[in-house]
Design a protein around this ligand. Structure first.
Ligand SMILES: [Zn+2]
Ligand SMILES: [Zn+2]
Length: 95
């Protein structure tokens, strides 16, 4: 099933929601424009879902998802991407 494969891809990056803070005076800070998706080269927009790889490079979740289906490395630094360990480890198993 394709859905199962898609779920597996989600383990290769962490998800977060982008929050863009727009200054009240509308002055754009040119030094604050480094949050760009290295795959589609589009800027991260407010409340977009961002996927962070283990090398800490960030992409749109939809972009990195498509990329990882083909290649298991970072588009920018070429670091091979491995899935994050499962968070379902049982720590309070006292039985
Ligand atoms: Zn993108
Ligand atoms: Zn990277």
């Amino acid at each position: 099933m394709e859905e199962k494969e898609d779920e597996d891809i989600l383990r290769y990056f962490k998800l977060r929601i982008q929050h863009v803070v727009v200054p009240k005076d509308g002055v754009k800070d040119p030094t604050n424009t480094n949050e760009i998706c290295g795959i589609c080269l589009g800027k991260f927009k407010h409340e977009e879902t961002i996927g962070t790889l283990g090398c800490e490079h960030e992409y749109h979740a939809c972009c990195i998802k498509k990329w990882l289906l083909r290649k298991k490395n970072c588009p920018i630094c070429r670091t091979s991407v491995s899935p994050f360990p499962s968070t379902k480890t049982v720590q309070m198993h006292s039985n």
